[in-house]
Write a new protein. Structure first.
Length: 89
């Protein structure tokens, strides 16, 4: 089994085929920033006010991971996970 760590490890033909398949998605792709804004990410507080401050334990990792991907991946964008019939984005 081959494991690729970066986009550069994939040959150009395969990368182009993947990009073509992703562009065929029915809904237009959103930028990561647009998606974050729509879904209110990253969260700054919990919806459960009874939780302690460490309830947001995962958020520093989320912010680091998103920053890493934005800096190291080309053409990073979101794609729709809903059908065209769905009323949810």
């Amino acid at each position: 089994t081959a494991v690729w760590d970066t986009e550069a490890d994939i040959d150009v033909v395969t990368r182009d085929k993947i990009a073509s398949l992703l562009q065929q998605a029915s809904a237009p792709a959103l930028t990561v920033e647009e998606s974050e804004e729509i879904y209110g990410m990253p969260w700054k507080s919990s919806i459960d006010s009874s939780l302690e401050e460490d309830a947001m334990l995962y958020m520093p990792f989320w912010e680091w991971q998103m920053q890493f991907m934005k800096e190291n991946l080309t053409n990073l964008r979101t794609i729709s996970t809903c059908s065209e019939d769905s009323e949810n984005p």
